[in-house]
Design a protein around this ligand. Structure first.
Ligand SMILES: [Zn+2]
Length: 377
């Protein structure tokens, strides 16, 4: 959602729910965009007698999911869809700022239009955005402030993760493929690799890479041009999951992931994930938990068929930050290679089960970062 769409939505909500919702304009940005903050609360009780919680989203313009979180929060509060939410709104005032940095959001950039990182300005408060937020918060005096961020991979190497060009292009194709296979009415825009906009100007500095990068544009428009081109799917959402002893695999131990497209039948698919054994948090006493998952401890199922232990290709990975942002100790990367015919066109499942009767010192096995490489030869 763009900052303008968010703004329009907020105005509609304020009009439709006048008894609970007031739209406050905290400030104007340098480029004349308002920073809006709906305040949702019971108007029958003075503000001072309510608990006060403020949620600030998208100080960094390139973290769009944080705005969605803010809007979902507002929607659930105004709709009073459950008894619990109604109870909360009776005693709590909530101030949400869905887009704290509208100029940055408009550019999809971390900083505002002056290149300032708002999240580094809270002690000085010299930017219009943080200045406006600070004075509102001072007057409103919340007991709790939640500052919402999103992890964004940085392809130029300024962050902790750097994807290879092939991975980058593979991800673009995967995104386009899954989108087109759902037969949309039309396409507005795909988020093209930031590689072109970040770091060195590769158009002049490295024309071979530039041509390679832009070549994907000719493939992304239709399922036909995407067919039989290698794709790379990262599934980081809702991971890690953990497998604990003696819990049936359908409960909390299953990753659901969608790959769409008929050409997959001709492909080889490599599924890859990381796993690590962690100390059972309920175990008493002193003992050392090895972070390596013991052979045979966990069974793996792809779409309900068991994958034999021999088919799990394991490589030891050193401790450190992994691409989805988590910091892990020494762990293993596990690969499973299957024919594309073993996957469904649509939702698939990868499930984990530790079938033995639980011992107190059995580890929890945490699974991170499912990836799928769809390759054609
Ligand atoms: Zn951030």
């Amino acid at each position: 959602m763009t900052a303008e769409e968010v703004q329009g939505w907020l105005k509609v909500v304020a009009r439709r729910y006048p008894r609970t919702t007031r739209l406050v304009e905290l400030t104007q940005t340098r480029e004349q965009r308002p920073v809006l903050a709906p305040e949702v609360r019971s108007r029958r009780v003075p503000l001072r007698q309510l608990r006060r919680c403020a949620a600030i989203c998208r100080q960094h313009g390139d973290e769009p999911d944080t705005s969605s979180v803010g809007l979902e929060l507002i929607q659930s509060l105004v709709k009073l869809s459950t008894l619990r939410i109604w109870q909360v709104t009776e005693c709590t005032a909530v101030l949400v700022v869905p887009v704290a940095n509208p100029d940055g959001a408009w550019r999809m950039s971390r900083c505002n239009s002056l290149g300032e990182d708002l999240n580094r300005d809270w002690s000085a408060g010299k930017t219009a955005e943080v200045g406006g937020l600070r004075s509102k918060l001072r007057g409103w005096s919340p007991q709790l402030v939640i500052d919402i961020h999103q992890w964004v991979p940085r392809h130029d190497g300024s962050g902790s993760v750097k994807f290879s060009l092939e991975e980058d292009l593979g991800m673009q194709r995967a995104l386009a493929q899954n989108f087109l296979a759902q037969q949309p009415d039309g396409i507005y825009m795909f988020n093209f690799p930031c590689r072109l906009a970040e770091g060195a100007n590769i158009m002049h500095a490295d024309s071979a890479t530039f041509l390679r990068t832009t070549s994907v544009l000719r493939e992304m428009g239709s399922l036909k041009t995407l067919a039989r081109k290698d794709k790379h799917y990262p599934f980081y959402k809702e991971l890690p999951i953990y497998a604990e002893a003696n819990r049936p695999r359908q409960f909390h131990q299953t990753i659901r992931f969608a790959i769409r497209g008929k050409d997959m039948r001709a492909a080889t698919v490599t599924l890859r994930f990381r796993w690590i054994a962690e100390r059972n948090p309920h175990a008493d006493g002193k003992f050392r938990q090895s972070s390596i998952v013991k052979r045979g401890l966990v069974k793996v199922y792809l779409n309900d068929s068991e994958i034999s232990e021999a088919a799990l290709r394991k490589t030891k990975a050193p401790g450190g930050r992994i691409p989805s942002g988590f910091l892990l100790k020494t762990h293993e990367i596990v690969e499973i290679q299957v024919s594309g015919r073993e996957l469904r066109d649509g939702e698939n499942t990868l499930a984990f089960e530790m079938p033995k009767f639980p011992h107190e010192r059995d580890p929890y096995v945490c699974v991170y970062e499912l990836e799928a490489d769809v390759t054609f030869r």
